[in-house]
Design a protein around this ligand. Structure first.
Ligand SMILES: *Cc1c(COP(=O)(O)O)cnc(C)c1O
Length: 217
């Protein structure tokens, strides 16, 4: 358990204060999150609506909950009252539903659009044209504030491939940022590739196993 604290403090020190570490606690029990919380850490990431909501209900209310996984439209209502940042906005349909639920809860929900940077079949996310389409329509969504992009690199050993994918994300981020003052977050990098992500300009990394240990599932 104290290993969690050590791991977290080590990585935060390593990346510095310009990069926000989202501690990805998916599949891990409440007690593990409490250990990280005790160090003062407040940003936690989950990829399943039900699991995140149950953890929200059982933990201090000053935690910033990050939804990092693919969201089914009909489940947005469960997280809309409390979610801090949605990293995985990946369709216009989902944007409409987040907007609707945000307004219902009298909130503005901050979102990142997920760009598909990997060629692997299983990855969710939009292509560049689809991202631009949502950005153009943002003014119609008063309940949403789009503040950046998220991307997941391929699960490969070849660093050149990962590097190229991160660069693709950074180029689009910079392009949008030029004409969009709200654009400030670039969420890229996980346990195996966060160093390369930061080299490529990431300012938000999503770290699971390096903090909480390997997942069993
Ligand atoms: C699980 C997950 C992570 C963290 O993965 P680790 O390799 O354990 O750091 C980051 N981002 C997303 C979207 C995830 O699903």
């Amino acid at each position: 358990m104290d290993l969690i604290k050590k791991n977290l403090e080590k990585i935060k020190k390593e990346v510095g204060s310009n990069v926000l570490v989202v501690a990805v606690s998916k599949t891990k029990p409440i007690d593990c999150i409490k250990k990280a919380y005790e160090t003062g850490h407040r940003d936690f990431g989950e990829n399943k609506i039900q699991e995140m909501t149950s953890k929200f209900n059982n933990l201090p209310k000053d935690i910033n909950w990050h939804m990092i996984g693919h969201i089914q439209t009909n489940k947005v209502k469960y997280i809309a009252p409390y979610v801090s940042l949605i990293h995985s906005l990946d369709s216009l349909k989902l944007a409409k539903e987040i907007n609707k639920q945000a307004i219902k809860n009298k909130r503005i929900i901050e979102c990142l659009i997920q760009l598909r940077i990997s060629t692997e079949e299983t990855k969710f996310g939009l292509n560049e044209n689809e991202v631009m389409e949502i950005i153009k329509l943002e003014n119609n969504f008063e309940g949403i504030r789009i503040i950046g992009l998220m991307g997941m690199a391929s699960f490969v050993d070849d660093q050149k491939i990962i590097d190229k994918e991160f660069k693709t994300l950074k180029v689009l981020f910079d392009k949008i940022k030029c004409s969009n003052k709200k654009f400030e977050i670039i969420s890229m990098g996980m346990t195996l590739d966060y160093n390369l992500a930061i080299k490529n300009g990431s300012n938000m990394i999503r770290i699971g196993s390096k903090i909480f240990g390997e997942r069993n599932v």
